[in-house]
Every structure is written in structure tokens, then in C-alpha cells.
Design a protein around this ligand. Structure first.
Ligand code: SF4
Length: 323
């Protein structure tokens, strides 16, 4: 059955720092789960290592807190074993674009039907604030002895390059916007990636909630903060690749996405950047080879008989190895 939000709150003690953007992401996910038509019991939520990795503990749903950088293989494995599951993968930018970067690349070209939510705060919060792969070059957050010496990865451009078919960004403190993006990602028929800008008030004293809100640059007339964040959907941007579009039109759309994704500092875009359901997902590619895949996926197959013995007869296979 579909739950109410109070049913989705677990009784595990939450030890995120006060004011952490992770709270907004947790709330948005819980709200999205209550508003989808899918039964909550049909969701499986996986996480990597980092502050974000604790998130499945705080949701009263099935989930596994996995290994550093390995959330995507877990999530893809579960989804492919049981394609009826709705799978969410949760991780930080350090987890997903540092040690886990190669999995992100290959997840892009596979296009398994699941949703990956990245908490992007520019630091490794759990290990005291080292620079993560999304921290901009020359930025010095408070726990760095020197400004960041590395250039940053742009998650949106990387996702587009590796073939992700749903690419979006939202903001942890805009829970309504993030909830809607998550719902849309869940319904996407392929790999959906959401880059969530998530202030870490403890270690990132540069990209703070006040900075995103533009409290450091008041309008000279109204004296109100001028937010750095803007919504691309409100600018009329259309992210969808449709049947009948030419190769050139699709290429131009990608160029446009990269250009918007480059914006940072004065203007920071959020919204859905790209959606292409014309690319077949991995499950459909398997079905072409194994027509019974959806009826008899691995998770629904018996692996032992009533005596606990394996159902698989390996005799024929071993014949090939006889010398
Ligand atoms: Fe949140 Fe940063 Fe604290 Fe981690 S260290 S819980 S990301 S505020």
C-alpha cells in the first residue's frame, strides 16, 4: 500500500548536523514516495558511504547501506535481478564522482531503469571536509589548509557525455521542487540522475544556504536577497528528446545542455536538463535475448530443490573441461 509520510519515518536516531541539506533531501524523498502510485514496499533504497549514506536508515522502507563508491552496482544488480522493483540509489559527490566515478560512467551506457540521487556539497563531510570532486578550483573551504588545487567535475556535463537518459538538478532546501524532480525521475524508463545542491554547514562555508539564496548580494532597491538559483523550466527550456528529432537537433539540444550546465556563481540553473526515452533501457536489451526475462527474472527463480540441493545441473558444462 502507499504510505503516509509519518509511516515512512524510521525510529533510527538521526545524527546529521543541524541545518544540513541532507534533511531536505530526506523529506523530499519521503514526500515523493507518498505521492507516487507505486507501493512503498516495492521500493529498494541503496546508499554508498558518507553522510548521505545514512539516509536509508531514516526511511521506513527496504534498503541497504552499501560500500564506498559501490552504490550503483548494488542498485543495478537488484534492479536487474527483479525488474519490478523501484530502485533508488543515494550517494554523495565524493562517493559517486571520486571512488565511484567509473561505475557512474558505465551506468550511463547501460541505462538500467533506476534513479540515482547525488548529495552534492563539494566536500567529504563524513571525514572532516576534504575537497570532493565537485569543489571548484581555487576555492578554500574552512577545513582546507590551501585553496583547492584540482579542477572540478561538472556532474551534469559528465552525465550527458556518458549517456545518462534523464539528467536533472535540484536544491536541497527547495523540497517541493526536488520532490517533483524525484517523482519524474522515478517514472523515467531508464537511468535517471539527480544532482542535488546540498549545503554542508559544518565544512563548506562557501556554498552555504545564504550564498545560494544570494543573501550576500541584496537588490539595491528592494533590499531583498537575489537568489543565485533559477529554474530552467521557468525560462521555457524543453529538455525532452522526441521521436522524429533529427540527429542535428539532438546534438544541438546537448550543446544547449552543456552551455546551461556551465553556469555557476551568479546564476545556478536547476530543473530537468535532459530526458531521452528513445534509448532502450538495459532490461529491454536483456529481454531481446531472453524473452522470458520479465516473467522469470533471476530473483523469482528457484535456486534449490526441496532438499536444499542446487537446481542447476552443471554436468554438461563440466564436460567441456574434461581433458
Ligand atoms: Fe551534513 Fe556536512 Fe554535517 Fe555531513 S558534515 S551531516 S554533510 S552538515
Amino acid at each position: 500500500m502507499v504510505h503516509k509520510i509519518k509511516d515512512l519515518k524510521s525510529n533510527v536516531h538521526n545524527d546529521w548536523c543541524p541545518g544540513c541539506g541532507d534533511f531536505g533531501i530526506l523529506n523530499a524523498i519521503q514526500l515523493a514516495l507518498t505521492e507516487t502510485e507505486h507501493e512503498t514496499n516495492n521500493f529498494a533504497i541503496f546508499s554508498g558511504i558518507g553522510c548521505s549514506g545514512k539516509l536509508p536508515h531514516y526511511i521506513n522502507a527496504y534498503g541497504i547501506h552499501t560500500l564506498h563508491g559501490r552504490v550503483l552496482p548494488y542498485a543495478m544488480g537488484a534492479k536487474l535481478a527483479n525488474p519490478k522493483l523501484k530502485v533508488l540509489a543515494i550517494g554523495g559527490d565524493g562517493d559517486g564522482l571520486g571512488i565511484g566515478a567509473s561505475h557512474f560512467i558505465h551506468a550511463g551506457r547501460r541505462n538500467v531503469d533506476f534513479t540515482y540521487i547525488m548529495h552534492n556539497n563539494g566536500v567529504y563531510g563524513l571525514t572532516k571536509g576534504q575537497a570532493s570532486p565537485t569543489l571548484k578550483l581555487d576555492v578554500k573551504t574552512k577545513s582546507l589548509p590551501e585553496p583547492n588545487i584540482n579542477s572540478s567535475i561538472n556532474p551534469i556535463s559528465l552525465a550527458l557525455t556518458v549517456g545518462v537518459t534523464f539528467i536533472a538538478r535540484s536544491y536541497a532546501y527547495d523540497i517541493r521542487h526536488l520532490k517533483e524532480i524525484i517523482k519524474r525521475a522515478i517514472e523515467h524508463k531508464g537511468f535517471a540522475f539527480i544532482d542535488v545542491l546540498q549545503p554542508c554547514p559544518t565544512y563548506n562555508n562557501i556554498n552555504t544556504k545564504a550564498w545560494y539564496s544570494g543573501e550576500d548580494r541584496l537588490d539595491p532597491v528592494t533590499k531583498k536577497a537575489r537568489s543565485r538559483i533559477y529554474k530552467i523550466e521557468e525560462q521555457g527550456f524543453d529538455p525532452v528528446i522526441r521521436t522524429g528529432m533529427t540527429k542535428e537537433q539532438i546534438q544541438n539540444k546537448k550543446f544547449e545542455v552543456v552551455k546551461i550546465a556551465e553556469e555557476w556563481g551568479d546564476k545556478i540553473p536547476i530543473g530537468v536538463f535532459y530526458q531521452n526515452e528513445l534509448v532502450t533501457n538495459y532490461e529491454s536489451r536483456i529481454e531481446r535475448r531472453i524473452p522470458t526475462y520479465y516473467q522469470r527474472p533471476p530473483a523469482l527463480q528457484k535456486i534449490q530443490d526441496d532438499n536444499g540441493m542446487s537446481n542447476t545441473d552443471l554436468t554438461e558444462i563440466f564436460e567441456d573441461f574434461k581433458v
